[in-house]
Design a protein around this ligand. Structure first.
Ligand SMILES: Cc1cc2nc3c(=O)[nH]c(=O)nc-3n(C[C@H](O)[C@H](O)[C@H](O)COP(=O)(O)OP(=O)(O)OC[C@H]3O[C@@H](n4cnc5c(N)ncnc54)[C@H](O)[C@@H]3O)c2cc1C
Length: 486
């Protein structure tokens, strides 16, 4: 079934004049999860996203559904148990976006990562998943490890542990969650920015504006006005800047690099330790994703980039782990950078800041929901909507989408083949309005393909047919999509 069309540039705006029980600000995974949950519990729900859905952190993560082996080392057992439970739920409700992935974590003398400690850790990891982990962990000897990863640095190796988490596709998880939300009656609009709200009696009068591909307000279009009983601020790293918000965050940046798998032929994901930090080499079809970093950030929220120092650092750690491979900048096919919306903690190193989530209500009818992880979004949404209604949550029980819808959208962990039919589908049923919406968030083609520039030209031509673009518009979309590459 087609989702209702909510193209924000249609006139009048699809949300103008509506009255809802709950308005969600932010179309990242948390906002999408809240919208789905609220709609499933019978609340009249609307969601606004200032750019494209998943424009923010939720298309820039490491794409893992994980309990968090690192948090175990930090003693955060509750967080690991919670995330492990959610990993199992997502495997049940959205198997197309939860592919079990084995991780090999080499252990060495003279490092904090000893084999006996990690061996106990991974057993506890399985136990915390309450028997529903996606595979059983193992402890490996040196010979077995070297058989598996012959290019690994052999010095001080004592063996490895192998444990299971899952790989997802963060942006597709957002889009599919929104498609599910709209099936349950939610109304959602991208390229629509929440500007302000005024409390009148027990309701909010809300003002939004239409936004173009560059993030600026569309000149000459009227403001969008609606009313809502409750507002949920799920604006991720932008959350403190939303009027009425009571949140304080300490954003940190993380980057990823994509290289050819032929250059680093890893059969499983590999944990690359650097002191007490860990990075990953994650197999992704014919590619490997390397990441990530964790550094304090005070630049533009709209366009964090992977700079030369970030790239050098990640390549240096990968080359130290696999010394014969000698990766250079020339091996990098694409990069992305994202900001973690971490709940403020002015003390300590960025990687030590808690990944816990926080749900607060600074004034009547207003809820801020921040922090957490992609993995725990459904739980965050459930706890948020519990504050709005007594109707029980059903999001863990119902499949995210019927399988026919999954097939129609090519949704999955890996990018779908480039096709005219899919591009039409994204324009007609998945709110794709700009070239980057398709190249980045519906498909990941920009990140995956060596010839992404020529694919972008083809996709722009297909979108032009569908959305009636002029030659100038096509050129502008190609320029904007290039500018979005980070
Ligand atoms: C490098 C990195 C790696 C990560 N890896 C993982 C991982 O592997 N697994 C995991 O579980 N978690 C991971 N995370 C964490 C996870 O990605 C985030 O916790 C999650 O995506 C945050 O989602 P969100 O919806 O809160 O924020 P966002 O996805 O940023 O969504 C907020 C949205 O609000 C919109 N917005 C802002 N202002 C307005 C406005 N005025 N009006 C309308 N809309 C507005 C923004 O455009 C944005 O799209 C990672 C994070 C980073 C940075």
């Amino acid at each position: 079934m087609a989702e209702p069309s909510t193209s924000p540039h249609a006139s009048p705006h699809p949300l103008d004049g509506v009255d809802v029980d709950v308005l969600v600000i932010g179309g990242g995974i948390v906002g999408a999860g809240v919208a789905r949950d609220a709609a499933m519990r019978g609340l009249r729900t609307a969601l606004v996203e200032q750019r494209d859905f998943a424009f923010g952190t939720s298309s820039r993560s490491s794409r893992l559904l994980h309990g968090g082996i690192r948090y175990l080392a930090q003693g955060r057992i509750g967080l690991v148990r919670e995330a492990s439970g959610e990993k199992a739920v997502l495997h049940r409700i959205a198997p197309h976006l939860c592919a079990p992935l084995a991780f090999v974590f080499p252990t060495r003398t003279g490092t904090p990562w000893t084999r006996w400690k990690l061996g106990l850790g991974v057993k506890l990891y399985d136990v915390l998943a309450a028997g529903s982990n996606l595979g059983a962990s193992q402890v490996l000897g040196v010979d077995e490890l070297r058989g598996l990863l012959p290019t690994l640095d052999p010095r001080r190796l004592t063996g490895a542990v192998r444990y299971f988490d899952a790989q997802t596709n963060d942006a597709r998880l957002v889009i599919d969650t929104l498609r599910s939300a709209t099936r349950h009656g939610a109304r959602v609009a991208n390229y629509t920015r929440f500007v302000d709200a005024e409390r009148r009696g027990d309701r909010w009068r809300v003002t939004c504006e239409r936004v173009g591909a560059d993030g600026g307000a569309v000149a000459g279009t009227p403001r969008v006005e609606l009313t809502a009983t409750h507002i949920v601020n799920a604006a991720g790293p932008w959350s403190p800047h939303i009027p009425h918000s009571g949140t304080r965050l300490r954003p940190t940046k993380g980057v990823h690099l994509v290289i050819d798998r032929e250059r680093l032929p890893v059969p499983d994901a590999v944990v690359m330790a650097e002191g007490d930090r860990i990075l990953f080499a994650l197999p992704w079809g014919d590619r490997v994703v390397l990441g990530t970093t964790d550094t304090d950030y005070d630049g533009s929220l709209d366009s964090p980039t992977c700079d030369a120092a970030d790239m050098d650092y990640v390549l240096r750690v990968a080359n130290a782990t696999f010394p014969g491979v000698m990766l250079t900048d020339n091996d990098v096919i694409s990069t992305w950078a994202g900001l973690r919306p971490l709940v403020a903690d002015p003390h300590g190193r960025p990687s030590d800041i808690s990944r816990r989530h926080e749900i607060t209500s600074p004034e009547p009818g207003w809820i801020d929901v921040t922090g957490g992880k992609l993995t725990t979004y459904r739980l965050m949404a459930a706890e948020t909507v519990d504050r709005l209604t007594d109707t029980p949550c059903r999001t863990a029980d119902e499949a995210l989408l019927p399988s026919a819808d999954v097939v129609a959208s090519g949704s999955g962990v890996l990018p779908p083949p480039v096709s005219h039919e899919l591009v039409q589908h994204y324009c007609r049923h998945e709110w794709a309005t700009h070239l980057a919406d398709v190249m980045e968030r519906r498909t990941s083609w920009r990140r995956y393909h060596h010839d992404a520039a020529s694919i972008a030209e083809q996709v722009a031509a297909w979108m032009a047919e569908e959305l009636v673009w002029s030659a100038d518009r096509i050129a502008a979309e190609l320029r904007a999509a290039r500018g979005n590459a980070n």
